[in-house]
Design a protein around this ligand. Structure first.
Ligand code: SAM
Length: 259
C-alpha cells in the first residue's frame, strides 16, 4: 500500500472497499481491451479526481486544519497527465483518488496525499526542493510546476531509470534525479527550501534536517513499517529551532536502505 488513510477506522473500511473494488477492477481488465482514451476524456477524469481531492480535504479538515488546499496546487493536479506516470495496465484507473502499483512492490501515491504534501510545503517559485522517493516521478512533476528546481532520489535502480527517462520524454527540465539512498539527502545541492519524503521512516533522518534551510519545511511520514504512520510537518526557524506538527495518520511504503 502506498498511503493515506485519514483515520485508522476509515482506512480499514477504505481498505475493505478497496479490496472489493480492486477485484472488480482487475476482473474488468482481464476481460476487456484497454482502449486509449481521447484527450478530452483524460481532462474530464482529472477534473473528477480534483473534485474527489476537494471532498477528502473537507472530510479531513479537522486533521489538516483547513477545508481548502491552495488553488495553484489543485490547478497543477488538474493539468498533469497522471496516466503518463503509471504502467499501461493500470492506466484506466490513473485518475482514481487512490494509490496504484508501479512495479517492484512500490506505488504512486494517492492524489489527495500528493496534493496535501505539496500544499504543506508551501512551494514558492524560487524554491529548491528535495524529494526522497521518486517512484513514478508524479510528485516531482507536480512540484516542478510550482518551484524553481526539484532534486529527486530513488533507491530502486529501475524505477530511477524509468523516471529519468519519463522526465526527459515529457519535457520536465527542472527535475534532477539521482539513484541512491535518500536517507542521506543530496549534500551537493543542499540546503533546500523544502524536503518531501514519500516513504515512511521510523525516525526523521538527521541528514535531511541538516539539509533543510532556515525557514524551510519538511513533510515526512514517520512510524512503523507496514503500519499506520503520522504525516509530520517539520519547520525550521531562522535560529535553527525545529517545530513538528502531526498532520494525519497515513500508510506509506517503508523507507528502505542501509542507514
Ligand atoms: N513519489 C512517488 C510518486 O510520485 O510516484 C511515490 C513514492 S512511493 C510511495 C515511495 C518510493 O520511495 C518508492 O519508489 C521507493 O522505492 C522509494 N524509496 C524507499 N526508500 C528509499 C530511500 N531510502 N531512498 C530513496 N527512495 C526510497
Amino acid at each position: 500500500m502506498a498511503n493515506a488513510g485519514p483515520h485508522p477506522e476509515k482506512s480499514f473500511r477504505a481498505l475493505q472497499g478497496l479490496a472489493i473494488g480492486l477485484s472488480a477492477f482487475w476482473a474488468v481488465l482481464a476481460t476487456a481491451h484497454v482502449c486509449p482514451l481521447r484527450a478530452q476524456d483524460w481532462t474530464a477524469r482529472r477534473q473528477e479526481m480534483v473534485a474527489a481531492i476537494r471532498a477528502d480535504v473537507i472530510a479531513t479538515r479537522n486533521y489538516i486544519g483547513k477545508g481548502l488546499l491552495r488553488p495553484d496546487v489543485l490547478a497543477v493536479l488538474e493539468q498533469i497527465p497522471r496516466h503518463a506516470f503509471v504502467p499501461e495496465d493500470v492506466r484506466p484507473a490513473a485518475y482514481e483518488n487512490r494509490p496504484l502499483p508501479i512495479g517492484f512492490g512500490q506505488t504512486i501515491s494517492q492524489p489527495y496525499i500528493v496534493a496535501l504534501m505539496t500544499d504543506l510545503l508551501e512551494p514558492a517559485a524560487t524554491d529548491r526542493v528535495l524529494e526522497v522517493g521518486t517512484g513514478s516521478g508524479y510528485q516531482a512533476a507536480v512540484l516542478a510546476e510550482l518551484v524553481a528546481r526539484v532534486y529527486s532520489i530513488e533507491i530502486i535502480p529501475e524505477l530511477a531509470r524509468r523516471a529519468k527517462e519519463r522526465f526527459g520524454r515529457l519535457g520536465y527540465t527542472k527535475i534532477e534525479t539521482r539513484e541512491g539512498d535518500g536517507y542521506f539527502g543530496w549534500y551537493d545541492a543542499a540546503p533546500f527550501d523544502g524536503i518531501v519524503v514519500t516513504a515512511a521512516a521510523d525516525h526523521v533522518p538527521p541528514p535531511l534536517v541538516r539539509q533543510l534551510k532556515a525557514g524551510g519545511r519538511m513533510v515526512i511520514p514517520v512510524g512503523q513499517r507496514f503500519s499506520v504512520q503520522q504525516l509530520l510537518l517539520i519547520t525550521k526557524a531562522q535560529n535553527g529551532d525545529l517545530k513538528t506538527r502531526q498532520i494525519l495518520p497515513v500508510r506509506f511504503v517503508p523507507l528502505t536502505g542501509v542507514h
